[in-house]
Write a protein that binds this ligand. Structure first.
Ligand SMILES: Cc1ncc(COP(=O)(O)O)c(C=O)c1O
Length: 355
């Protein structure tokens, strides 16, 4: 039986992505070879890579002057590549969770970091607001969706400096005004592909301003110039990414996808708010539509393990909350069908009736 996969990442992929990727493992587009064994320089794969990059530009409406590249090293390598390439003197960061603070730690190796807001003291249960960004910041870095805590900035902040964003866990979940950003980066393993590739969108004119020497592999220019083929790219994840991008286009694009995501999240949040056994863990206005975090109310706390076992017997996978938050986390990425969210809600209702 196919499980309901609520994992935070690697996570659910569309059936379209999985079927087409599986077919290409057996025979890559009639080449008589598996996608797992083809050269990244063969014309068939070069075409895949080009098509994936152009579909990303179409879906996110990327303006001219930006390049889309595929890199290794995960979003975590971007925590260091961003300041390496963009931080001369000073940058501003918003501390909204573990990943944001990991990015801050790396940036401090390269220059002055102004942490303009932090919700750390409240275990990251809200997004700081009303922060002031020093005018001399070279960029403002934020994490649009905090995978572990379940908070999200579902907007492109209007601030006095250029934006750089870690969109690992909500890229393609909504339309984005790319023109406000110098860099958008995202590990693939949530809304795009299996782990192994990182998507980076860079504004070319923003490059080349730092005075330090940049190692070849860590220089965005290297990968732009070589169209993501400076070294061997992760061929299979890029193939899978292309399938996901095709599927997104068939759904009508990011506006439609966002609408579906809002509906799915509302179904689950409504139940969390209604059900006497559960409560949400973050400020209502900052609730993520990608990662829904909730715990059992104090009165029913001792039922946590029992609900876990009950949900797992009903086919739910990956709903255990991150160890720093506890409780439950249901990740509702783009590929999550509404029927799976309804199945989770049904098990919450039934469990409530039994107690
Ligand atoms: C928002 C966010 N940023 C960064 C990371 C780290 O990504 P990676 O494992 O690709 O380095 C994650 C991983 O879950 C994440 O959710």
């Amino acid at each position: 039986m196919k499980k309901h996969n609520f994992s935070a990442g690697p996570s659910i992929l569309s059936e379209y992505t999985i079927r087409n990727s599986a077919a290409a493992v057996l025979d890559f587009e009639g080449t008589g070879l598996s996608i797992l064994e083809v050269s990244h320089r063969g014309k068939e794969f070069v075409a895949v890579c080009d098509e994936a990059r152009s579909k990303i530009k179409e879906l996110l409406d990327v303006p001219s002057g930006y390049e889309v590249i595929f890199l290794g090293g995960g979003a975590s390598l971007q925590f260091c590549m961003v300041p390496f390439n963009f931080l001369n003197q000073k940058a501003s960061y918003l501390d909204t969770g573990t990943w944001a603070s990991n990015a801050i730690k790396e940036a401090r190796l390269f220059g002055e970091v102004a942490v303009v807001g932090s919700s750390k003291d409240a275990n990251y249960t809200f997004i700081p607001k009303g922060y002031a960004i020093p005018d001399d910041s070279e960029y403002f870095h934020f994490t649009s969706n905090n995978t572990i805590y379940g908070t999200q900035m579902r907007y492109d902040p209007d601030v006095n400096v250029r934006l750089i964003c870690d969109m690992s866990s909500d890229i393609f979940s909504r339309p984005v005004d790319v023109s406000k950003y110098d860099v958008i980066y995202a590990g693939a393993q949530k809304n795009l592909a299996p782990a192994g590739v990182t998507l980076v969108i860079v504004r070319e004119a923003a490059l080349g301003r730092v005075s330090r020497a940049i190692p070849t592999m860590l220089d965005y220019k290297t990968h732009i110039k070589k169209e993501s083929m400076f070294n061997t790219p992760p061929v299979f994840p890029i193939y899978a990414a292309l399938q996901t991008l095709k599927w997104y286009q068939s759904l009508g694009g990011l506006k439609e996808i966002e609408q579906k995501n809002l509906e799915k999240a509302a179904i689950l949040y409504d139940e969390i708010d209604r059900n006497k056994l559960f409560r949400g863990t973050v400020a209502a206005e900052d609730r993520s539509i990608m990662n829904v975090c909730f715990v059992m109310t104090d009165e029913y706390k001792e039922l946590e393990a029992e609900f876990s076992a009950y949900a797992s017997a009903a086919g739910m996978v990956g709903i255990k909350g991150h160890r720093s938050v506890g409780g439950f986390r249901a990740s509702l990425y783009n590929a999550m069908p509404k029927s799976s969210v309804e199945a989770l809600v049904e098990s919450m209702k039934t469990f409530e009736r039994q107690h």
